[in-house]
Each structure stands twice: as C-alpha cells, then as structure tokens.
Design a protein around this ligand. Structure first.
Ligand code: CP
Ligand code: NVA
Length: 303
C-alpha cells in the first residue's frame, strides 16, 4: 500500500482487510501490543490545522505498536514557505518511515506524496479525510454487522468527510445519500473520480433532509463550516439552517437508525445536544475507533 490520500486508491478487499485487522486489534486490546510490530519505525506528522482525534490517535497507535512519532506544526516548520513542498518531502522521507499530513489544499498532499519516498497518509485535507472514513466503517460494522445494502444519509455539507465516507460506503456496498443545499453538494471533479473508481457505488443527492433520512440506517453529519472556511460562517449558518440533525428529523428516520458525527461538533448548529448525547448516537464509539483503524492502516503500510 503506497499512499492513502482519499480512500479512492484502496480496493474493497483492502478496506475489508483493514477493518478485520482493526476489529482484531481492538478485541485483543493490549495483549497484542507485546508483539510491537513497528518497533524502530517512526511516523512523521505535519499538520497545518488543529487536531485532537487524528493527532492523538496516530501518535498513540505508533506508541502501542512499538514505534515512535514526530509531530511538526506546519506553520512552525514552514511547509511550502520556509521550504518548498518537494524539498520538504525529499528530506523528511529519509528520516521517517511514513508521513501523515493535515493540510488546507489537497494539492499539498499530492505534491508531497509525489516527492516522498515513504508512504503518505492524508490526515485531512480540504478535499478528503480517508482515516475518518475507515474508523466510521469500522463503527458501522460494529453496530450492524454486515453493512452491505445499508443506507447512510449524510445531512450537511458535501465536504472532505462526506467525500471520503461516500467513497468508503460505495466500495463496501453501502448506499450513500447526501442531503445538502444546492450550492453545497458534491463538486463535478469528485463525482467524476467517484464514478471512475467506484463504478458500482450507489450515490444519491436528495435536497430534502426528511426524505434523505426516511430509509436511512445511519444519519451522519459534520460541521457546516470546516477549518479554513471561517469567513463563510454566517452565510453557511443561513444556508444550512434547515439541515440540522435534531429530534424532529430523527423522528422521521427508522427506529433502528444511528447517528454519527466525526467531531468536533457545534451543538445547536449541525446537531442538537440531545441527539448527540442521545441513545441513538454512536459518536464517541466512532471517535474511539479512529485508533484501531489507524493501527491497522499503519501496520499494513509500514510492515
Ligand atoms: N475527526 C477528526 O479528524 O478530528 P480532529 O480534527 O480532532 O483530528
Ligand atoms: N469537515 C471538518 C472535519 C473536521 C474533522 C473540517 O475540515 O474542519
């Protein structure tokens, strides 16, 4: 497995193998850590944006697997300013065994990967968040068992998380429904890539959130304003006002439907506090699963 930038590059079989391994790692807990499969290996991390889950789960994953990690804030090391991205990648990849990048532009991850001689993992760019999707698929398998034929309704922005979750769902036979206002649906470039790489994927765009959730097994949402879009916050609050995941919307979904959110959440905007904390929410289980999914990914990429 060379680079993981979007989830488009992984086959159904590769994703299933990662999820099986993640589930085994989770089940075996700390017993398995004695094997320390990544002893002596080092993960470099360069983050242009803040992070709790991605940063801590990757650093913990490396520690639990016997390796180490080096964290660099993009602004401090001057990725693309003090030093060009190609120079940075060619130097860093001689020191570390893999790199996790969190960037604004997706092109930064692509350029870095093109020059990097070790595997690159996208830890979130403006366009994709593949590690989030892996943890989410693991969570859905824990909740439902076989997820093929299930439906996930993503209510909100057609953003980085939505794109990677859509790809993951498509590869595993889960129907993905995006419910977003007109201007915030998926872009043509993503839809082209999706059609090419996930030809059998079922992807639907349904403006009305009530219609989108009526036969959903999972109702997923994310912030209306992603990192880097803060200047659009007021406009987005107005545009997404009818796309809140609240008790009224949840009442229109099947009783077994579960609620997911990648976190961090803005209670009172894209989701209400009662739904996030409610018995149908699997949000914190979902956050925990980032660790197990990424341990499986690191093992597959570094061993
Ligand atoms: N969900 C997620 O990626 O969280 P962080 O931004 O805290 O890493
Ligand atoms: N869409 C959000 C996800 C955060 C994990 C963002 O990019 O800010």
């Amino acid at each position: 497995m060379r680079h993981v930038l979007s989830l488009l590059e992984l086959s159904r079989e590769e994703i299933l193998a990662l999820l099986d391994e993640a589930a085994a790692l989770k089940a075996e807990g700390r017993k398995r850590q004695r094997k320390l499969p990544l002893a002596g290996r080092v993960l470099g991390m360069v983050f242009e944006k803040p992070s709790l889950r991605t940063r801590v789960s990757f650093q913990t994953a490396m520690a639990q697997l016997g390796g180490a990690s080096v964290f660099l804030a993009g602004s401090e090391v001057g990725l693309g300013s003090r030093e060009s991205i190609p120079d940075f990648a060619r130097v860093m990849s001689q020191y570390v065994d893999a790199v996790v990048l969190r960037t604004f532009q997706h092109a930064t991850v692509e350029t870095f990967a093109a020059y990097c001689t070790c595997p690159v993992i996208n830890g979130l760019s403006d366009t994709y968040h593949p590690c989030q999707a892996l943890g989410d698929l693991l969570t859905m398998r824990e909740v439902f068992g076989d997820i093929r034929g299930r439906t996930l309704a993503f209510v909100g922005d057609g953003n980085n998380v939505a794109r990677s979750v859509a790809v993951g769902c498509g590869k595993l036979g889960v129907r993905f429904v995006l419910s977003a206002p007109d201007a915030y649906g998926f872009d043509a470039a993503f839809l082209d890539a999706y059609r090419q790489q996930v030809p059998r994927g079922e992807l639907a765009l349904v403006c009305d959130p009530a219609q989108a959730v009526c036969d959903a097994d999972v109702i997923y949402t994310d912030v209306w304003t992603s990192m880097g879009q803060e200047g659009e916050c007021e406009q987005r609050r107005r545009s997404f006002a009818n796309y809140q995941v609240n008790a009224e919307l949840l009442a229109k979904a099947p009783a077994h439907a579960r609620v997911m959110h990648c976190l961090p959440a803005h209670r009172g905007e894209e989701i209400t506090g009662d739904v996030l904390e409610g018995e149908r929410s699997v949000v914190f289980q979902q956050a925990g699963n980032r660790l197990h999914a990424q341990k499986a990914l690191l093992q597959a990429m570094l061993r």
